[in-house]
Design a protein. Sequence first.
Length: 635
Amino acid sequence: MVFKFGGYTGKYLRVDLATGSINDVPLPEEMARDFLGGNGFGTKILWDEVGPGVDPLAPENRLIFATGPLTGTVFPTAGRLEVIAKSPLTGIYGDANSGGHFTPEVKRSGYDMIIFQGRSEKPVYLWLQNDHAELLDASFLWGKGTREVETLIRDKQGDNSIQVASIGQAGENLVRYAAVMTHGCAAARAGVGCVMGSKNLKAVAARGSLKIPIANRDEYLKACIDAQKEILKNPFTPGLTRFGTPQLSVPMSEVGRFPTKNHQQGHFEFVEEISAERIEKDHFVRRIACFACPIGCHHVVEVREGKHKGVALVLEYETVNALGSRCWNRDLPSIIRGDYLCDDYGLDTISTGASIAFAMELHEKGILSHNDTDLDLTWGNSDTVLELITRIAYRKELGNVLAEGVRRASKAIGKGSEYYAMHIKGQEVSAQDGRAQQSMGLAQATSSRGADHLKGFPTIDEMGYPTEAVQRYGKQYLPEIVDPTQTKYKPMVVKDGEEFCAIIDSVGICKFGALFPPALYWEPIATALSLITGMELDVPKLKEIGERIVNLQRMYNVRHGITRRDDQQPRRMLEEKSPSGRAKGHVVYLDRMLDEYYDLREWDKATGLPTEKKLNNLKLEYTIPELRNAKAGLK
């Protein structure tokens, strides 16, 4: 039977790892209409199937690999992977997103989504090819890094074009922030690789050649060409192509937004030594691009001599910060080596670097001493950074404590260490100091997956984009809306960003093609979706879907006890005035933004809970019993 909408295969896989059964399931039309794909699908599956009584590492948790309706087509950047699970790091909603070329192969193999449940008795991997799905023995892959896993699977299947998503030793050892890796790209946050390891699922491999149906092919192709032109004329694109995301390091340090010494400050005095220009000059090999991407921000880099000699596939801004300035590390070759290790072990570099920086500050404050570890935890010790990466992946000694994430580690260590644990809802804060950009401070606090910069992803006040601000919201909001240290209008920006990002993560494209101003915004995305699917999707309807996804994620977290008290920043961000750049003298003024944010969302200001009216309006009436339970629990 042909699925009603273009852009979809019309079916998904349900894989029970405990029994080995694999079933094709028809995709409900209303699921596509109400949630689009990607994290929209994953959110709905978690709500339906994974309740608050399920431990994230129990077989009953779900691990969901989801595509979107644009995935695998020529729409620019339409190759993103969305992985969703209840997070072992935070205990609430979790998802992670990565680029590369893996997801189009899943789609072209005939599936919109894969839902894994149960736990295999022995290591297995899933093999997909053109409507065929099979679980195969992965014993020969267990204990190996992600690079070798990819090579071995390709050799076994006799096809070098096979794309692989796998875990390394960190996922096997249940590091709570383990990643799922796809050829150097990481679905890194929320510990989805840990969930994969808990299920004894080593990898998913795919090779497909099935066609993706398109409702209005000629018009859709024109919309794709127009979108690509918009991306290519974006003044941010040439720098991103040349330098990749590390181009942000120097300007972010200059304005005080570059976390350093575990967020003690927002500038790094030696940032030039780890800058994009230094990477290009000393280590650049070549540029590579993800599927259908006209930007090509991924770069192969190489340390050509010395003890860190070797190659890393993708070196990102977040990694430069996490393994660099956050640990006061100015040794660029060691950062490249650390990136290589994290990718091979399958570790989120953000949480890894944050955990190491946390340990280094505890040493500085006298909370950790030589009696607690044989390592020298002095700031900037690059050998210690690299050694701790390995110890975290294998859960050895201090690494075993840090593998739990800074929230759990601080509870285990005690002695006041909780103050230095830079997390929100259990997830480590990424490379954005909210004191230098108030909208980011709010977005980090309200993110559904814990501390995060990519759920709301406010950009128009990052460096000031008044033209884009006027195009999006109107000139009446100037100048405050583009002033990063002002709180005025920032809740409106964050709310809009969260809903737009929910759509981007559901349709299968990259935020770099959609969110850096001037960029693709609601209108071209709605047009493309209407043309490929045949749905009548205008901007108001698309915004409603985005709002529905955000509210269902919130209700999933409410079901797990999340309220306003959890929409917070680490105390340092609220109490210590930044010494850096434009942030100097500022904290995150969170409370003055939260009330307005809740009002805009039609959530209760006292509790942070959605209202019944809002849930009814978004066709989420089935969540209202849980809302009432949450309210009763607060009395």
